[in-house]
Design a protein around this ligand. Structure first.
Ligand code: AMP
Ligand code: MG
Length: 409
């Protein structure tokens, strides 16, 4: 299929196609420690309450509040210390009235005790303790279940698993979690002009940059990237590079070779091989393509990005990142969005959604464009912390306008 004619496809439509094409990766169980940055695939239900048992919030003495009600600095109450209860003691001998148990933070509060007197309010006695202040009923006792009830959903499906979430999962006893397997992405850079950084450049050559950029973007989302950087503008070489690797990946992401010139290797190689090429109503990144590269197992998703580095990166942000986040099962697939006051005027093409690189100032809630609209201006992209999103129907934005921005970091 090839469609070069006709109206441009809208941004939302193309994004939906990419999301639908990539789909979701299978659910696997991974050790909790290996789940950082992944999305939880099913609700996590706690089989136990947290805390699991009433325990002491302080180092001190477990008592009956009534026994120390009259305690004061000039009238200490003396109680025999019947037990020593360090954290980790698993038996819990009951507290007899008129006695105390020496107890440490995290140790189980014995049956019969209803308060903990902090060590600071005592003489720290080990046989007999003198208590110099009364204790409120329930003082310094952490109640079973006050954090988490048994049977409660502690983390809903789709939650991004960061340090706190992995800590909570461990606290409720999970050793492994269901997550969607990180998508494996083959990042393939095309262009006979591309040279490996570190080697000398000859006239007409440039250093390959999209490969590292896109592979890093994949990894930042939590996917795995395999990088093929120097595929020349030659259809046979393109197929030879792709064919042996395509079966082992979930997505092939190419850059370059899709615009209107001659030697458009991606277009030439994949037209008629299940990939459709068309224009999307976006700037930068108009020429896009997607489809399935035929394989024995029913075809592997291919998304073809334009070669200009800024176009490639903006296309990744707008179309591919949401698809990879969806594939991984994240509840939140969008970048955080803000409305900010534009610091200088901008022009934008009619009937195309423009993404400009900007610097967002969270304190002043302003945004300043960096660099021009040119899609080769990689240094401006590197100083940007947001994309300004200028709607299709807007052609002139005066300074002081409110504009929507997507935060990149
Ligand atoms: P193309 O879409 O292949 O015509 O490429 C458009 C522009 O992006 C050209 O100036 C290419 O040299 C440049 N370009 C394409 N691929 C890369 C890449 N991997 N790294 C750096 N620049 C690239
Ligand atoms: Mg090229």
């Amino acid at each position: 299929m090839q469609r070069t004619q006709g109206p441009a496809v809208g941004v939302a439509e193309h994004r939906a196609r990419v999301v639908g094409l990539v789909g979701a990766t299978p659910v696997v169980r991974r050790p909790v420690a290996d789940c950082l940055g992944l999305a939880l695939a099913e609700d996590l239900v706690s089989p136990i309450p947290l805390p699991p048992f009433d325990n002491s919030a302080m180092d001190g003495y477990a008592v009956r509040a009534a026994d120390v009600a009259a305690a004061a600095p000039d009238a200490p109450v003396a109680l025999p210390v019947a037990e020593d209860v360090p954290a980790g003691r698993t038996d819990s001998p009951p507290l007899r009235p008129g006695t105390a148990h020496r107890i440490m933070t995290g140790a189980p509060v014995p049956p019969g005790a209803d308060a903990v007197v902090p060590v600071e309010d005592t003489d720290r006695g080990t046989d007999v303790v003198r208590v110099v202040a009364p204790a409120r009923l329930g003082a310094h006792v952490r109640r079973a279940g006050e954090d988490v009830r048994a049977g409660a959903v502690v983390l809903p499906a789709g939650t991004e698993l960061g340090p706190a979430q992995l800590g909570l999962a461990s606290a409720v006893g999970a050793s492994a979690l269901p997550v969607r397997r990180p998508p494996r992405v083959l990042v393939l850079s095309t262009g006979s002009e591309l040279v490996e950084p570190g080697r000398p450049l000859r006239g007409g050559q440039i250093y390959e940059s999209n490969g590292v950029m896109l592979a890093s973007a994949v990894r930042q989302v939590g996917g795995e990237a395999e990088l093929l950087r120097f595929v020349p503008d030659d259809v046979a070489a393109f197929h030879a590079a792709l064919a042996p690797r395509v079966e082992s990946v979930d997505l092939v992401l190419t850059s370059g070779g899709v615009s209107a010139g001659a030697y458009e290797v991606v277009k030439d190689a994949l037209s008629g091989h299940g990939v459709e090429f068309y224009k999307v109503a976006v700037q930068p990144g108009g020429p896009q393509g997607l489809g399935r590269y035929p394989t024995a197992s029913g075809g592997v998703p291919v998304v073809t990005l334009p070669g200009n580095p800024v176009s490639a990166m903006v296309s990744f942000e707008v179309f591919v990142r949401p698809a990879l986040r969806t594939a991984m099962g994240f509840a939140e697939v969008e970048r955080p969005r803000r409305t900010a006051t534009l610091m200088e005027s901008l022009r934008s093409p009619a009937e195309r959604r423009q993404y400009r690189r900007g610097r967002y100032d969270a304190g002043a809630v302003t945004v300043a464009p960096v660099g021009g609209p040119g899609s080769h201006l990689l240094s401006a992209l590197a100083t940007a912390n947001c994309l300004l999103e200028i709607p299709e129907e807007v052609t002139d934005l005066p300074a002081g306008s409110e504009v929507s921005v997507l935060l990149l970091r």
